[in-house]
Design a protein around this ligand. Sequence first.
Ligand code: FES
Ligand code: FES
Length: 160
Amino acid sequence: MIKNGSSKSVVKLHVNGDSHEVTIRSADTLLLTLREQLGLNGAKRACENGDCGACTILINGEPMHSCLSLAIESINQPITTIEGLKASNIQETFVEKWAIQCGYCTPGFILNCHALAETEPNATDEVIEEWMQSNLCRCTGYQEIKEAVKTVLQAKTNKI
Ligand code: FES
Ligand code: FES
């Protein structure tokens, strides 16, 4: 970390497999840094209070609310945003299952779904429901989102 003479520091963040130099203040959130310095706008700015999940990203593979995560605490940790999941078929499944309307909440749900598929692909309906409670959607019925997540897990475990 290099102090640049003001209250800002130049640090490197590892995002979607690449190393990026950013200039941050100690109180800068990861959400702000990803969006404003790296142009990664997939993590959405909404409640900024940890309530909605629109800002969900993965740190070390775990879903986190980037509005509550400090950029400075994320140094040397692999960060994944929705832009890093381009090769994933989850988005396609969400579209097929009508789990997307305005799309504002969708990146957060997709990252959460990806983490669940990686860590607990045999999750029961109850676990899926509990896992998704960290994310809010104002448009779709949650049933469509749960169906999409279930389909992703079934595909992961070759049940479909
Ligand atoms: S914007 Fe982070 S939880 Fe709502
Ligand atoms: S699709 Fe609009 S908020 Fe979820």
